[in-house]
Design a protein around this ligand. Sequence first.
Ligand code: TUI
Length: 308
Amino acid sequence: MKTRITELLGCKYPIIQGGMAWVSEHNLASAVSNAGGIGLIAGGSAPIDYLRDQIRKCKEKTDKPFGVNIMLMSPNADDLAQLCIDEKVAVVTTGAGNPGKYIPAWKEAGIKVIPVIPSVALAKRMERAGADAVVAEGTESGGHIGENTTMCLVPQVVDALEIPVIAAGGIADGRGIAASFMFGAEGVQIGTRFLASEECQIHQTYKDLIIKAKDTDSVVTGRYTGHPCRNVKTKFSKKLANGEKDGSLTPEQFEEITLGSLRKAVQDGNLDEGSFLCGAIAGMINEIKPCDAIVKELMEQAEKLLNR
Ligand code: TUI
């Protein structure tokens, strides 16, 4: 399936693996790139030496293009942005902010730049700033989210831009890919489906939560802090949601409790203090498979539907 995204990124399939903080490391990213998609390593708020090491290990595991996701709220975003240039990374995606100030230097270095955006206004700003494509991310996504849904956001972003659009949020099978293409997207970004992959290095408890999740098992917490986040419903996320609702947790206390909670989920499987980020589509995911099988299955389903 050729689109402007496969042409731009030099990959077989128009599937990008989401840049998930603490989750998207070189084993997962190289597996997705080797499967014909684009794997991403997430910078999160990791130290620069960690990210450099991850990029170099990924290069050893794949000769296919892969990318780096930069979380712009990270205090060392400037250093991570420069590292992508120094390491000649093929693709950079960004989240949780406006990457405008980095775009000229990335373009100069030949890097393909794909900001993740939650609104048409930001998408237009990114096109004007020189982005090669955007990921239009609906509120169904896991982690830090905007307000608009994938179904409403993607066609509006497609109408507003000349550059290609990648749909994200709530996509975990071929139907989601086919629907995204109907909206005019030319690629998809998929996160939660890859949490339940063999190559994903997260704690088994995290994978079990995804596999067991039902349609109603994701919850958005932290709207009142200005950083709403979608996670699996657990004792901890319910406590956060209740504290937010009944006022027993101030936004400052909320921020304090959740500091470091992503790492506690991913590395320790800590159900009492960890934030297990997931998309609203987790309920559809029932099986752990290798990335290669996931990508093939997704594309086979999508192509069948689109050829109908
Ligand atoms: O970034 C994400 N998802 C994330 S980042 C993350 S780590 C984190 N930890 C603590 C607090 C916040 C995040 C977990 N999940 N998705 C892409 C995304 N970008 N969603 C929303 C946005 C966004 C929001 C505002 C993009 C641009 C933006 O611009 C505001 C501005 O500066 O104009």
